[in-house]
Design a protein around this ligand. Structure first.
Ligand code: NAD
Length: 184
């Protein structure tokens, strides 16, 4: 299967690529603009994946790469809450417009499976735990708002019947590089 991972050199993307690469039938492309990572540390060589340095806001590029893929794991984002709040233009253009670009390209190339990485931040700050999946979405910051918008575009595109997006609302994962400021 031909799989495109946007944000493929990030924390989750790197691990996902290594895992998917264990199946020799998969060919994997990692798209990343290296906003949070350097090329030497992409893990692309290790996973045998092809690395493309590029931006999900580049509609022409994303249309080409999505067009070749069978499945798109859409992870590229300003994934840092503080960073998203500090640079609203970046978080909006990447997390919202970039996601729209991925969905649009997937739809125009005949419908693809798109897995969208959302976040528990869409729920805001609930007082009771555990939070059920159908709890009200009340994001409290620009990052949560951008993920909620991404989900909404997934739903809107799904309702047109040509796309099969899957979204996952992850809670914060443990990062080995959390204190070093680098990437794995
Ligand atoms: N790690 C977690 O605990 C967690 C929790 C909830 C949601 N998520 C979501 O999962 C996804 C992956 O998270 P992560 O922890 O691997 O984050 P990460 O920051 O390590 O990876 C994101 C990658 O996206 C790339 N990127 C940023 N802007 C881009 C752009 N415009 N074009 C192309 N690439 C771009 C970055 O360079 C980075 O490599 C994100 O969408 C994030 O919001 C992660």
């Amino acid at each position: 299967m031909h799989i495109l991972i946007t944000g493929g050199t990030g924390f989750i993307g790197t691990h996902l690529a290594r895992r998917l690469a264990k199946n020799p039938e998969h060919s994997i492309v990692l798209l990343d603009n290296l906003y949070r990572c350097s090329e030497e540390r992409t893990g692309a060589a290790e996973s045998g994946a092809e690395f493309v340095r590029g931006d999900i806001r580049d509609l022409e590029l994303i249309t080409e790469l999505v067009g070749k893929a069978e499945v798109v794991c859409h992870l590229a984002a300003q994934a840092n809450v503080v960073g998203a709040v500090q640079d609203l233009d970046y978080s909006f253009s990447t997390n919202v417009v970039g996601t729209y670009n991925v969905l649009r390209a997937a739809e125009r190339s005949g419908g693809k499976k798109v897995i969208f990485a959302s976040s528990r931040e869409v729920y805001g700050e609930k007082q009771r735990f555990p939070v059920s999946e159908d709890a009200a979405l009340e994001p409290k910051n620009a990052y949560g708002v951008s993920k909620m918008a991404g989900e909404a575009y997934c739903r809107a595109r799904t309702s047109r019947g040509t796309l099969s997006p899957v979204r996952r609302r992850s809670a914060g994962g443990f990062r080995l590089d959390q204190y070093s400021g680098g990437c794995l």
